[in-house]
Design a protein around this ligand. Structure first.
Ligand code: PBG
Length: 341
């Protein structure tokens, strides 16, 4: 920050010459001086895909979120497109029988996310498809990497991520989102894309991803919470650190990331602000499953107003400098925005 004063706090005068409440008196005036704005175009909708047709499975720890079979995912894509949501992020609920130590289902061109991507692309909708590049929905132990003697292997895992990336791009994924925090993965994936003629594929790196308890409900949704042994602290970041986040982001940009992400969202708004101000690259925040569960769970008990809390939490990401937000509230927030316009 170059000014000696924090944003908005320059000493412009004194009371009663200055009365800050003047600008807040009327709704029109509040709108006029508003510094941030949330639109449907800022939202990315994460969806959970499951096998079958016409199947919806509620995720108990995420009230209002359902895993959907591919036919219903296509309907959700149409809904998103109608609402002006520019992109979807797809995550699989993989059959436990297809999970293995070598995560081979991750590079099966007919896996759930690849089939779902092809089905959405076949509609011709102008909507971006983001696929996670990470092994956790496919491993028998729930870790994001291959494991030997209790150690998460880095380079061996990156080699599998490349194979996974290739089947995803060939299925039609527009944006690859490496989410496992292995070292060197962005550069390796970028080089493999380039070599295979996929120079236009975007990479949204989960660059500053923390080892967080807020991912609990997501692991329920993809079915990895019961299988996960231990924690992810040898690859995801320590919540105590922010300088380290800057190094992670700088590396991923240098390795060829087009956009970066900070995750989780609300407890890490300081990181969102630092990253967006320092690097001036499109910076996304992931309002993760646990954040969604806190709001919807409290709302179910009548302790919070779900719509108001949702809108306030999403606007806060924009204020912090986020280009956009991955949020399970995407369709609900987009409907709310449309209703208020
Ligand atoms: C997998 C992945 C996770 C999330 C997105 N991709 C979970 C994890 O790292 O354990 C979390 C999303 C959420 O909690 O909403 N690598």
């Amino acid at each position: 920050m170059s000014t000696p004063f924090p944003r908005g706090a320059a000493p412009t005068g004194q009371f009663p010459t200055v009365r800050m409440r003047r600008n807040r008196r009327a709704e029109w005036s509040r709108k006029l001086v508003s510094e941030s704005r949330l639109s449907a175009a800022d939202l990315i909708w994460p969806l959970f895909v499951l096998e079958g047709t016409k199947v919806r499975h509620p995720v108990a720890s995420m009230p209002g979120v359902e895993r959907l079979s591919i036919d219903l995912i296509v309907e959700a894509a149409r809904e998103a497109s109608d609402l002006g949501i520019p992109a979807l992020a797809l995550f699989p609920y993989t059959d436990p029988n297809l999970r293995s130590d070598d995560a081979r289902e991750a590079f099966n061109p007919m896996n759930l996310v690849c089939r779902a991507t092809r089905a959405i692309k076949a509609t011709g909708l102008d909507i971006g498809i983001i696929l996670d590049v990470a092994l956790d929905p496919y491993t028998s132990h729930g870790h994001d990497g291959l494991v030997r003697d209790g150690v998460i292997l880095n380079d061996e895992t990156v080699a599998v991520l490349i194979k996974q990336s290739m089947v995803q791009v060939e299925a039609g994924a527009d944006i690859l989102a490496p989410s496992d925090m292995m070292d060197g993965r962005i550069g390796a994936i970028r080089a493999a894309l380039e070599a295979a003629g996929h120079s236009d594929t975007q990479i949204m790196s989960y660059a500053a991803k923390y080892a967080s308890a807020f991912y609990g409900p997501f692991r329920d949704a993809v079915g990895s919470s019961s299988t996960l042994k231990g924690d992810k602290r040898t690859y995801q970041m320590d919540p105590a650190n922010s300088d380290e986040a800057m190094r992670e982001v700088a590396l991923d940009i240098a390795e060829g990331a087009d956009m970066v992400m900070v995750k989780p969202g609300m407890p890490y708004l300081d990181i969102v602000r630092l990253v967006s101000e320092t690097f001036k690259v499109p910076t996304f925040a992931y309002q993760v499953s646990g954040e969604y569960a806190m709001i919807t769970g409290a709302a179910e008990r009548g302790w919070l107003d779900a719509d108001k809390t949702m809108m306030e939490s999403l606007l806060a990401f924009k204020r912090a400098g986020a280009a956009g937000i991955l949020t399970y509230f995407a369709p609900r927030a987009a409907r709310k925005i449309a209703a208020e316009a």
